[in-house]
Design a protein. Structure first.
Length: 220
């Protein structure tokens, strides 16, 4: 210090300190598997997919002002829809993967399953019986009876969830023409042949009676 020196102020500057502040948020996608007929019925366990996004903010330790950082991104994975017993294939075979950003919001994806049906075959047999009898005493059979049977079928649809059956259409069939036999000691019958007939689901079992008059011969 000399006689020429003057007073001097020295300023020491301190920069305001900054600290990292971590921030995170979780974004969720829920996948629900429901009955296409009744969407309130869930047919499989739902899947929950979560992505946690983060960013590093800077906070001024003096002023407390926060400068926001950049959010990370994430991904919801692709999810194949499961097979469900008693239901057909899902209307959405696979829920696609999706990128998750800070602008993404929670969402729910609904995958619908149609109720499955199965074929149920139904049959019934319808019979025509032809009897050959004495015209004078119809309790007396003069030839072996003929039994004609037709088996009709239809394919119904049964709902595997509700059990409800939707009926199909019956097939049809035919009773063939049946020529009446010649019987010893009897004249020709009143019905030479029993005609062919179509058999439908409304046809009932039936009996046809063919009558034979007793033959008369001259005796000298």
């Amino acid at each position: 210090v000399t006689s020429a020196s003057t007073d001097e102020t020295v300023v020491v500057k301190y920069p305001q300190a900054i600290e990292d502040v971590q921030e995170s948020k979780t974004v969720t996608r829920t996948i629900k598997y429901v009955d296409a007929t009744d969407e309130t019925t869930e047919v499989a366990t739902p899947v929950t997919q979560t992505v946690t996004l983060t960013r590093t903010n800077k906070r001024n330790k003096v002023t407390k002002v926060v400068t926001e950082g950049t959010w990370s991104t994430g991904n919801w994975d692709e999810k194949a829809s499961p097979s469900v017993e008693n239901y057909g294939p899902a209307e959405t075979a696979t829920v696609s993967s999706a990128t998750v950003t800070s602008a993404s919001t929670d969402e729910t994806v609904v995958v619908k399953y149609p109720q499955a049906t199965e074929d149920v075959t139904e049959t019934k047999t319808i019979t025509r019986t032809i009897k050959y009898v004495d015209a004078t005493d119809e309790t007396k059979e003069v030839a072996s009876p003929v039994t004609q049977t037709v088996e009709l079928t239809r394919t119904n649809k049964r709902n595997k969830v509700t059990g409800k059956v939707t009926e199909g259409d019956w097939s049809t069939g035919t009773w063939a023409t049946q020529v009446s036999p010649t019987v010893t000691n009897y004249d020709a019958p009143d019905t030479e042949s029993v005609a062919e007939a179509t058999v439908t689901s409304t046809t009932d079992n039936t009996t046809v009676v063919v009558k034979y008059p007793q033959a008369i011969e001259d005796v000298k």
